[in-house]
Every structure is written in C-alpha cells, then in structure tokens.
Write a protein that binds this ligand. Structure first.
Ligand code: FPP
Ligand code: MG
Ligand code: MG
Length: 330
C-alpha cells in the first residue's frame, strides 16, 4: 500500500486518499470465515469521517516538509482507523448504542458475540501489520495507546466526588479514550518516516499537536451530544451520554452552579422531563459555552504548534482540518 504525495510533499488529494484507505483496509481484512468477513466489512462499509488517517498523514507530510525529507510513502497509518473502528464495535456494545455512522451498530446487526469477535479480529490484523513493520519503538507507542483506550473506558465507568476532581478526571479520561490514539499515531508516523534518525523535537511536536487536536475533537463531541440531532450525527444524540449516567463537559460546568444536576444524571434521566431539566441547567449555566472555551484553548494550542513548523500546502490542509474539527456539527 502506498499513499504517495508529489515529490515536494505538496499535493495530497484527501478525498481520493481516504477512499483508497477505506478500500485498502477491507482488502487487508480477509478472514477465511465468510461470517467474520461479513461482520468486518459491514463495520467499514459506511466510512466514518476518516479524521484520524487524514490527520496522521498530513502531520507526517507537514513535519517531513519542515525537516526537508524526501517523498512520503506510507503504508503504516491505516492501523489508526482499524484500531479506532475495532474500539467502536466494542464501545457500541458497552454503551448499548444501536446506531453508528447512520447504520445499525455491529452488535445490533450481528449480535454481541460477533461484535466482540469482529473487533478482536480487526485488532489482530492491525497487530500483524505492526509486527511486519518491525519497529519496536512504534510497537510500544501503539500498545500504549491501546492501553489508554482501555483505561479511558474503565475511567468512564467510575466517577469521583468533588467537582474539581471530576473535571480533572474528565480531562484525563478524555485524553485516554480519544486524544491518546491521535497523539500516539502522529508520533508513530514521525518515528517511522524518520526511522534512521528521528528528530526528538519533531516527534514531540507531532505528539503534542495530536494530543491537542484529539482533546478538541472529544470536547466538541461532548458538546454535540447535548446540541445536535441523531440525523446530524448518525448515532444516538441529545443526551445519549447522560442517559448512560455520564457527566461530560457541559454537565460538569453546569454542576458548578446547579449541583442538583448530578441526581438527575445518576438516575440516567429516567424520570419524565429529566432531559429538559438538564438541558435547562446547562443553558442557564453556559455549560456549552464553557466547554467550547476549553475546546478553543486546545485548538489554539494545536494551531500554535503548527505555526512553529515551516509553512507548506500540507500545513495549510492540516490547519483547515483542525478548523473543521473545532467547527464541526456532526
Ligand atoms: C467512543 O467514545 C469510544 C472510544 C473513543 C474508545 C473505546 C475503547 C474501548 C471499547 C476499549 C478498547 C478496545 C479495542 C478493541 C482497542 P464515545 O462512546 O464517547 O463516542 P460515541 O458517541 O461515538 O460512541
Ligand atoms: Mg459510545
Ligand atoms: Mg463510549
């Protein structure tokens, strides 16, 4: 697999590239069992936003341009989308979520056993591809992010008592469940494209950029959970997190003014009128605006990191993608 840019790393056709990544992933995932193949291909049939592969490829291209490195030929970045999709197959089961990418979620369509095994199989294929690359440092970076995904999900199942503690628990969980994958994949791709002599500052910049944009992504996701419709998102919305008993940014900020919001979230909005009540508390406390301000700070950090890197068409595309993540409505 090759995802080539032109000689000067300036010309990347993103829509062609993401379509190719989706097709390539399916051709990689070819188990003998027809049943397993159906399950796995179903999970990639409606492609998601492909933000992770785009972000990782453009980060590599931007930093390589900065380091005046040669052409980028990279078979390595598609693992990010595979690990992400595998984790979503398990996540939908954990969250009892029936819809994903505008279709029935995998467990809803094929049953929970198949969703677990299908997700495991995709993870296995990603691990085999990683083994073939044969770079121990990168294996350790990818293991770290899978560890974070699991720890993040476990943190989400627990809560802590005082409000300050809750916010720092929330940011840590957000890093682990979302930002770590983007940050560590950005780091991995720089380690791979510079494998002879990786520049420490370039690796750090890639990681920090990915971390900040990953935090932005999840904070915006948490805002959309209380503001967007299910049609917009292609997944359950308007209070889906709160119905699971989860307090994310908008609720945590609202709770500083209206601590009674916790009782409603603890009972998973089970009484009639609960959703309206919570949305009213969030509205009256500017919970969404406060969460957006934090997202904006992460987004600004990400853009400042980019500004310290040599300007190039790839950098411009990365800036545009970052803006899209911050302003997205789905
Ligand atoms: C989506 O969050 C879920 C994740 C970002 C991570 C899920 C991780 C696991 C299930 C553990 C690791 C599993 C594997 C196979 C590596 P969300 O529920 O807030 O988002 P959503 O609204 O899109 O469902
Ligand atoms: Mg979920
Ligand atoms: Mg979840």
């Amino acid at each position: 697999l090759e995802y080539k840019t032109d000689e000067n790393l300036t010309n990347i056709n993103i829509s062609q590239l993401t379509a190719k990544i989706s097709t390539d992933i399916k051709s990689y995932l070819n188990p003998q069992s027809e049943q397993l193949r159906d399950i796995i291909h179903y999970s990639f049939s409606a492609s998601g936003k492909m933000i992770r592969p785009q972000m990782i490829l453009l980060t590599a291209a931007t930093i390589n341009y900065h380091l005046s490195l040669g052409n980028l030929s990279n078979e390595k970045l598609i693992k990010s989308e595979m690990i992400h999709t595998a984790s979503l197959m398990h996540d939908d089961l954990i969250d009892c979520s029936d819809v994903r990418r505008g279709m029935l979620s995998c467990h809803k369509n094929f049953g929970p056993e198949n969703a677990i095994l299908g997700g495991d199989y995709i993870l296995l294929c990603a691990s085999q591809m990683l083994a073939k690359i044969g770079n121990c440092e990168v294996v350790s970076v990818i293991s770290e992010l899978i560890n974070d995904l699991i720890k993040g999900e476990i943190m989400q199942l627990t809560s802590c008592e005082n409000i300050n503690g809750k916010l720092s628990h929330y940011y840590k969980k957000t890093y682990r469940k979302t930002a770590s994958l983007i940050a560590n994949c950005c780091k991995a791709v720089i380690l791979l494209t510079n494998s002879n002599c990786p520049s420490e500052s370039a690796v750090d910049a890639a990681f920090e950029f990915g971390r900040n944009i990953g935090m932005t992504f999840q904070l915006v996701d948490d805002i959309l959970d209380v503001t967007a419709s299910a049609e917009q998102l292609g997944k359950p919305s308007c209070g889906a997190d709160m119905k699971l008993g989860l307090a994310t940014g908008p609720v945590l900020f609202a709770s500083e003014k209206f601590p009674e919001i916790y009782d409603i979230i603890s009972r998973k909005l089970s009484k009639e009128g609960d959703l309206e009540k919570v949305l009213d508390y969030i509205n009256r406390s500017n919970g969404v605006e406060q969460t957006r301000a934090v997202a904006r700070a992460y987004h600004d950090n990400a853009l400042n990191i980019l500004k310290s890197i040599t300007d190039s068409p790839c950098r411009k595309m990365l800036e545009n993608l970052s803006e899209e993540i911050f302003n997205r409505t789905k």
